[in-house]
Design a protein around this ligand. Structure first.
Ligand code: SIN
Ligand code: FE2
Length: 225
């Protein structure tokens, strides 16, 4: 039997983070898990992310109920998401710096549009990208994304860094949840009839990621305004 001397480039690219090549898995009527979809974009995403976070660093927001969110949050785009004692809302200015949120990097926008298209949502034009940073132990409680003005556009959620267990529930808080392990480069898209499904993230496990260290970064793209 003849063994190839060097593995094909595509396998090489995905080997570290993905035992499997990229694939598309339907996880709801209008929801898809795009395994490895972001991997070819990572080299361009990371410098853009770094640049964005210099202008709008991660901060720990307070919920209206007085709890501190365990994930660090930032945003880019025309609108950014904020939580404080007064409630949840989108703003044009970053309350931390008093400046407009940093613009959405072109590579972010391109990736979000491509992923939405792959999930059957053509013409997605996000105006907000929330950036979540999870360190080991950080989590995101079950919630619906419902601060956007309209629900006609999908949510595109990009995972980078350490793996996490994503919970994908139904339309009621108590509905059964699918457990979806998310790896570096995976994207979840939910929209249409699934747009208001509850979702969350279990506490991040300890680990070290080759490119991102001991953290997980999640980008969620929305049309908010
Ligand atoms: C979110 O729902 O805002 C974040 C989801 C995730 O981190 O995967
Ligand atoms: Fe969410």
């Amino acid at each position: 039997m003849v063994q190839p001397e060097t593995p094909p480039v595509t396998l090489d690219l995905f080997a570290d983070d993905h035992p499997q090549p990229p694939s598309r898995e339907r996880i709801g009527e209008q929801s898809y898990l795009l395994r490895g979809f972001a991997l070819p974009w990572v080299e361009r995403l990371l410098p853009a992310l770094k640049h964005t976070l210099l202008a709008a660093p991660f901060r720990h927001m307070i919920t209206p109920g007085g709890f501190t969110l365990s994930a660090g949050l930032s945003s880019c785009g025309t609108l950014g998401w904020t939580s404080d004692r007064a409630g949840y809302r989108y703003t044009r200015l970053d309350p931390l710096t008093g400046q407009p949120w940093p613009g959405m990097p072109e590579v972010f926008r391109e990736l979000a549009e491509a992923a939405a298209g792959e999930a059957g949502f053509s013409g997605f034009a996000p105006d907000a990208c929330l950036i979540n940073c999870y360190v080991p132990g950080a989590k995101m409680s079950l919630h619906q994304d419902k601060n956007e003005r309209s629900y006609e556009h999908p949510i595109v959620s990009v995972s980078l860094g350490l793996p996490a267990m994503f919970l994908f529930g139904g339309h009621e808080r108590g509905d059964k949840r699918q457990r979806v392990p998310l790896l570096h480069g995976d994207i979840v898209v939910w929209g249409g009839v699934d747009r208001l499904r509850y979702h969350g993230v279990l506490p991040l496990k300890h680990g070290q990621h080759r490119q991102l260290g001991a953290q997980r970064i999640n980008l969620t793209f929305r049309t908010a305004g």
